[in-house]
Ligand binder design. Structure first.
Ligand SMILES: Cc1ncc(COP(=O)(O)O)c(C=O)c1O
Ligand SMILES: N[C@@H](CCCC[NH3+])C(=O)O
Length: 441
């Protein structure tokens, strides 16, 4: 199996990540544990920047914080000089508390509440990516009230069907996101934006989906956005300064996944941009990857607990987490690779299926995994769990969300502590009438 980033098998035959023995990590921080390879995260961010530099285009790369957002992650993004895409008050709050410069933040979402919009306005964030007509009017009136002008991009739905799971496609016509390119909505939105006293239209955005392997969808999206730019210049005299092409670059979850290198995505996009804007001023090109920055950099460590043999059919091996810390297999039939971290050098001897510990038959992390003989107490490392795992984790079955550690150069730092049982109760209230009362005499 191909290990990710800085991972290797050390002299003890253990999986090592960022120069730290994962079995030691499991003892020191407990399990389940999200381990993030900091060097790999930094390298992925730099890969986007360096690829763009080679194209000669003017560009910005933003990190889509929905993939994995914590204070420490926001610090990394800031240090690497990227912009930050947030989609909620919670993500914005995290970024601001991490001292992320507000002018490098922009706010996405198809139903931002008035409170969220106000929070963004008051914080002085760089842009709002306006998704629909309701928001266009609301944002203008809120900005009016605050006496400020806000910069916006319009999210468009380009009608490009990306080849990925139905639930993570976003660019097709029948989508809850954005102004539709095909039916004239975008033109109405441009007109309304240009007439809005407090809105400064800076450009357009599109995002065709997630976990996309080839560059073809992105090429098509560029063609549509270039056509939109030409039309907007011709019809409205409006010259967009920014074209944001979203995220969606695929990563390796299983051996058969063949994501193309970041550089190839970027050079295909650049080629299409040059073709689409030949002889004309080209807007600044933005991308907002999430998964491709953090996905392969994450590994989840679990402790193996009980096992169950269904004779002639399969062996279930249960771990101490499951669909609460990784809902992706249940949601999208996502597949993962895993290795037994304390037997990483041993050859496979049996085929198991990895079950979670939640009360759902669908709580299966991996079907049919070839492993050395596993025993209770072993440490199972599931690879490529850096994106949409911690960020989608929940407390179903009143399980506590795991801790997160960053590892780098032999050092491990706790960046999110494991939830405590009391954390589960901190927002619970017992109504007065349910409190125990003194028995009536
Ligand atoms: C608008 C938008 N931008 C960026 C992303 C990040 O996508 P990915 O994590 O696939 O790069 C998403 C998620 O799909 C998104 O909805
Ligand atoms: N959460 C999804 C991707 C959706 C991204 C947001 N538009 C996943 O795990 O693949």
């Amino acid at each position: 199996m191909q290990l990710r980033g800085t991972s290797r098998i050390n002299e003890q035959g253990h999986l090592e990540i960022g120069g730290v023995d994962s079995v030691d990590l499991s003892r020191r921080f407990g399990t389940p544990l999200y381990v993030m390879d900091e060097q790999m995260i930094r390298e992925r961010m730099r890969a986007f920047i360096n690829a763009f530099r080679k194209t000669g285009l003017s560009f910005q790369v933003a990190y889509a914080s929905k993939a994995f957002s914590t204070l420490a992650m926001c610090r990394l993004v800031e240090e690497e000089g990227l912009y930050l895409d947030v989609v909620s008050d919670g993500e914005l709050y995290t970024a601001l508390k991490a001292n992320f410069p507000p002018e490098r933040i922009y706010f996405h979402g198809n139903n931002k509440t008035p409170e969220e919009l106000e929070m963004g306005l008051k914080a002085g964030i760089g842009w709002f990516v306006v998704d629909n007509f309701t928001e266009l009017s609301l944002l203008n009136s809120l900005a009016q009230r605050e006496g400020i002008t806000v910069r916006i991009l319009l999210r468009t739905t380009p009608g490009v069907e990306a080849h990925t799971h139905d639930y993570i496609q976003t660019g097709q016509e029948d989508s809850k996101f954005g102004f539709d390119l095909g039916n004239g909505q975008v033109k109405r939105a441009i007109q309304q934006s240009l007439q809005s006293e407090r809105l400064q239209l800076d450009g357009f955005h599109c995002h065709i989906g997630s976990q996309i392997f080839g560059a073809e969808g992105f090429r098509l999206a560029v063609q549509k956005m270039a056509a939109l730019t030409r039309e907007s210049r011709a019809v409205f005299g409006f010259h967009p300064r920014i074209l944001n092409l979203g995220g969606g670059f695929g990563i390796r979850y299983q051996a058969s996944d063949r994501p193309i290198p970041i550089e190839e995505y970027v050079s295909a996009i650049a080629e299409e941009i040059r073709a689409g804007f030949s002889g004309e001023t080209c807007p600044e090109i933005w991308l907002e990857p999430g998964r491709s920055i953090v996905g392969e950099a994450g590994t989840t460590l679990y402790r193996v607990g009980s096992t169950k043999e269904v004779p002639g059919i399969r062996k279930y091996v249960a771990v101490d987490g499951g669909m609460n810390d990784n809902p992706r297999p249940a949601l999208y039939q996502a597949t993962y690779e895993a290795i037994v971290a304390n037997r990483a050098a041993e050859t496979p001897q049996e085929r198991i299926s990895v079950a979670g510990k939640l009360c759902e038959s669908g709580d299966m992390l991996i079907w049919d995994l070839d492993v050395p003989k596993v025993e209770t107490g072993d440490v199972l490392a599931v690879l490529s769990t850096g994106a949409y795992n911690y960020s989608m984790a929940n407390n179903y079955n009143r399980l506590r969300r795991p801790a997160v550690v960053f590892v780098r150069d032999g050092q491990a730092d706790l960046v999110v502590q494991r939830e405590r049982l009391d954390d589960l109760l901190q927002n619970d209230r017992i109504p007065e009438r349910m409190m125990a009362v003194e028995p009536v005499e």
